[in-house]
Design a protein around this ligand. Sequence first.
Ligand code: HEM
Length: 484
Amino acid sequence: IFKNLLPSKRKLPPGPTGLPIIGNLHQLQGLLHSDLHKLSLEHGPVMLLRFGVVPMVVFSSKEAAKEALKTYDLETCDRPKLVANGLFTHNFKDIGFTQYGDFWREMKKLVGLEFFSPQKQKSFRYVREEEGDLLVKKISKSAQRQTLVDLRKALYSFTAGIIFRLAFGQDFHDCDFIDIDRVEELVKETETNVCALAFTDFFPTGLGWLFDRISGQHSRLSKAFANQSNFFQHVIDEHLKVGQPQDHLDLVSAMLDMINRPTKLGSFKITSDHLKAMMSDVVLAGVNAGVTTMTWMMTELTRHPRVMKKLQEEIRSTLGSNRERITEEDLEKVEYLKLVIKETFRLHPPAPLLLPRQTMADIEIQGYYIPKNAMIKINTYTIGRDPKCWTNPEEFIPERFLNSSINYKGQHFELLPFGAGRRMCPGMGLGINMLELGFLNILYFFDWSLPEGMTIEDIDMEEAGDLNIAKKVPLELIPSLHQA
Ligand code: HEM
């Protein structure tokens, strides 16, 4: 009906036929990026679906993504005001889910200076190096006993260890109110609920409100929010205790200082809601994307012994023998590691659909009319497998990036693990830094083998997740100390 009512010159994108009221929801029962991938192979790189009453347009070619993200830069797209995003960010007082404008710009600048700037990150390098040492120490124990290491858990402890110390000033390896398992549970619960789509987002207000109450969605969100809020309050209370030792000025201390000063963001005053919203962004964005990428990377290396051997040889010959520890001076030296990271991002972008976007006006992309208030999804998973961009796209071949100018910094739309445009990830430098440091440590000091009786064909590649798409089945390997 919608199609027929429009003037004929407005060509809508093709897409699967939906049902009355629910639209295409019944066709999206599995992981969203993978369902959309299959549908776009049938319907094309610009595809229109309906989520309840809301149109959703999916872009899954390099050209379509480029045009969409450039249009986004032209202020015709923005973050949608989804119910769950608003709840966890104290009504959009964060960076990731707030809409573009003075507040977002000021907040990104301020937090950027306090946390993401290269100078700040340089002065915290000892935190990352210490967490690297701890990772090696833990794996060494398993190597001595020849016991299995769950790679996700080991890398989780490393990444969360860094992020929690940098952002929250909290060493959870030695903390009396939280441990690693509870941290993981909390981060997972936050991610699932922040990304949960409420019926209110896609159905007329009264109806959606009712569905959310009946289905239990509303109480699930409230419970997860309360858990997260309690944890953040604990962290803030620790900071407020007089005489607390501080090894550096972490993000929470810096923002508490702004609250007390008081600092104004343009016409906004920073409050504890801004602090908690920012803590939520860091928990959501800072930990999982890195761990997810590292686990996929180790999985692909294990499945491709040739690549693993070449990478370890290059790391060991570049860093020299008898090293006792890896430092940040060692980062960026190993060229082949950079190619392996790019290839992992191509096949396993941790957030394959980026963060949500919505059109703020009617626009035209690739010759198709996209109406105002449409949800926009950029499917980087499909783009990473597009045979028009990549030869043998399903194969893991890091050498494809040799002598290639393609990088992940938002200028090459065939590889967008950090997004592009003005809403691109501000944590890219820190994310890459943690990835390289983690891998130099685990591949310089250890050799890895599969448990007895298991072959590389047995490695399960099933995906799971909400925003970050991780390996579903744990990757468990046996480490041996490398004899130089
Ligand atoms: C390998 C590591 C990481 C990956 C792959 C990654 C990926 C992404 C992606 C895909 C987006 C959405 C961009 C878009 O919508 O165009 C994003 C946004 C964001 N990321 Fe990251 N990220 C990583 C690490 C980090 C870290 C370590 C932090 C901070 C501690 C961080 C903070 C953020 C924030 C605040 C945003 C929202 C930016 C905005 O909306 O303006 N990320 N990230």
